[in-house]
Design a protein around this ligand. Structure first.
Ligand code: RB5
Length: 148
């Protein structure tokens, strides 16, 4: 499994623990930046990671910004992306199990590093339940092609 990771300056405080969680799971990763604390625009990183996941270069992604909100909104504009903004362990599990989310989003100004480590591991190891949840996810994805 390959994981695409991206962050703006507000989320970068969590990037090392996310990389550690991915590595501890024996998964590969690609780091799409940012690589410093200077102010950058989170949609740029949402786009890099979202396109990597939607295009099949990565199986799943993790995106970080100050709150996790802006970067999830941006990633969800990319066709094929289901980005989940997560602030607790149960939501990390449900995002994978019920929503088949393909990108986990967290906020560096909200979530503690030790929690981000746990949420990342939960998200990446919880299988999609399928069944009735697959029907619902299909309905979500059909909205991408729905007319007004
Ligand atoms: C950057 O200051 C901040 O707006 C960004 O990291 C994020 O929190 C946006 O949702």
């Amino acid at each position: 499994m390959k994981i695409a990771i991206g962050s703006d300056h507000g989320g970068i405080v969590l990037k090392d623990v996310v990389i550690r969680a991915v590595s501890d799971l024996g998964m590969e990763y690609e780091d799409y930046g940012t690589f410093g604390t200077e102010s950058v625009d989170y949609p740029d990183y949402a786009e890099k990671v979202g396109r990597a996941v939607a295009g099949g270069k990565a199986d799943k992604g993790v995106l970080l910004c100050g709150t996790g909100i802006g970067i999830s909104i941006a990633a969800n504009k990319i066709r094929g992306i289901r980005a989940a903004h997560v602030t607790d362990a149960f939501s990390a599990q449900m995002a994978a199990e019920h929503n088949d989310a393909n990108i986990l989003c967290m906020g560096g100004r909200i979530t503690k590093p030790e929690d981000a480590y746990e949420f990342t591991k939960i998200f990446l190891t919880t299988p999609f339940a399928g069944g009735r949840h697959a029907t619902r996810v299909d309905k979500i994805m059909r909205l991408e092609n729905a007319d007004e």
